[in-house]
Design a protein around this ligand. Sequence first.
Ligand code: FES
Length: 106
Amino acid sequence: MSTVIYTADDGTTTTIDGRPGDSIMETAVRNGVPGIVGECGGSLSCATCHVFVAPETRELAGDPGDLEDEMLDGTAVDRRDESRLSCQIKLQDGCEYHVTTPSDQL
Ligand code: FES
């Protein structure tokens, strides 16, 4: 099991137990966590799964690939250094992730 802590733009926090191998986007959508749309289902073509990765999670999440990096230029809220597309972050067993969702995804 993995744990994902989602902090919304208004500071509301939701903690979800996720399945290893699932993405942070899939875990949010499956559990009705607000703030992540995931319109394309994780095929890296919508950028509606934008999140800001907390400092303690950045090493675990890794860096975006080239295509993800390009897609991050098209997010509804401007990207930051800690931006990732959450469909590209797969949960590893026994790990805890912390992300903040932007105010808008569309
Ligand atoms: S769900 Fe579409 S790019 Fe992540």
